[in-house]
Design a binder for this molecule. Structure first.
Ligand code: ADP
Ligand code: MG
Length: 345
């Protein structure tokens, strides 16, 4: 008879690393979390620099509130956050993902350094972290108001993951995608993305408009066909705002930007509805551009949906998506009266 295996408890560092690797799957996920932190900190300018698609270096500099010096010791521990204190807060807060896990996770799978300065302090402070903990006390240094977070050698301690992500160009593309989408949603904030030592590949000015940023980032052929769309629904307590392209524009590649309560998400039901709306107008296999921002009553969002789940669901999803579909259909039709008129001639 074979002997039973001996059950052992995994080392805590290993457990944390596994959990962290699930939260941070690739550089673009890390960037998304970092962007949201900078936006939460009321930044008006956000600059990102990457080396090797973010695998060697992913650095984000903002001019936000900064992190208090006394918080620097715990900021990278799991479940430390300045954004909620009770479970009830979870249902009131207007977004997903506020659970204090992002920085902690990054410190478990990369070398993480934070330099930060608040308005109150005379100088900045800099500290490095490993496995959630400070490596040494924060050191005073010169620096501007705001925060610089540097992630180096992502997945240095997860060789298989590192192997799986072997195309820096693809990772850069994903980073660029996430950046573009946040830059459109947050058009008042100036965003810059560049490869280390090169000219910026994305640059939007502060105080810009969403249309202008769509033109900068997705081109004039989309920008000149944009139709603003809007809906406010008191029954299910949600609001929609956005831009979709008129039927003169179409592309083989679907470009969709969905935000729910200011967080970039995937909603497959909405995607399907969108394609449905356009199926009567666009040739087969062709797609519109759509930027849709939803604000849903936070109590209708399942807070247990993990922040890294890109695909989200919410209460009354079918009803809400149907209402959006009808609205888009009507607003699109309204904009196309001349075209249908010509078609009928
Ligand atoms: P969460 O965003 O869920 O609170 P994070 O791990 O992303 O968790 O961040 C932990 C905390 O670190 C935040 O609550 C915030 O107080 C602080 N923080 C992170 N990034 C920044 C930043 N760029 N500027 C100011 N504070 C930040
Ligand atoms: Mg965060």
């Amino acid at each position: 008879m074979a002997e039973p295996g001996i059950i052992k408890k995994l080392d805590e560092v290993v457990v944390n690393r596994i959990a962290a690797g699930e939260i941070i799957q690739r550089p673009a996920n890390a960037l998304k979390e970092l962007l949201e932190n900078s936006l939460d900190a009321k930044s008006t300018v956000i600059q990102v620099t990457v080396k090797s698609g973010g695998l060697k270096l992913l650095q984000i500099q903002d001019n936000g509130t900064g992190i208090r010096r006394e918080d620097m010791a715990i900021v990278c521990e799991r479940f430390t956050t300045s954004k909620l204190t009770s479970f009830e807060d979870l249902t009131n807060i207007a977004t997903f993902g506020f659970r204090g896990e992002a920085l902690a996770s990054m410190s478990h799978v990369a070398h993480l350094t934070i330099q930060t300065k608040t308005a109150k302090e005379k100088c900045a402070y800099k500290a490095s972290y490993e496995d959630g903990k400070l490596k040494a006390p924060p050191k005073p240094c010169a620096g501007n108001q705001g925060t610089i977070i540097t992630i180096e050698d992502l997945f240095y301690n997860m060789p298989q993951r590192k192997q799986a992500l072997k195309s820096p160009n693809e990772e850069f593309q994903r980073i660029s995608n996430v950046m573009s989408k946040y830059a459109i949603h947050n058009s008042k904030v100036g965003f810059t993305l560049k490869r280390y030592g090169e000219q910026p590949s994305i640059k939007t000015p502060p105080n810009s408009s969403q249309q202008t940023n769509i033109e900068i980032l997705y081109g004039a052929s989309i920008a000149k066909e944009l139709l603003p769309v809007e809906l406010k629904d008191d029954v299910h307590k949600f609001q929609m705002k956005g831009y979709i392209t008129k039927v003169n524009y179409s592309s083989k590649k679907a470009i969709t930007l969905f935000f729910i309560n200011h967080r970039l998400v995937e909603v497959s039901s909405l995607k399907t509805a969108l394609d449905n709306v356009y199926s009567t107008y666009l040739p087969r296999g062709m797609h519109p551009f759509a930027y849709i921002s939803l604000e849903i009553n936070p109590s209708n969002i399942d807070v247990n949906v993990h922040p890294t789940k890109h695909e989200v669901h919410f209460l009354y999803e079918d009803e809400i998506v149907e209402k959006i579909k009808q609205t888009l259909e009507a607003q699109l039709l309204g904009s196309n009266e001349t075209r249908t008129f010509y078609k009928q001639l």
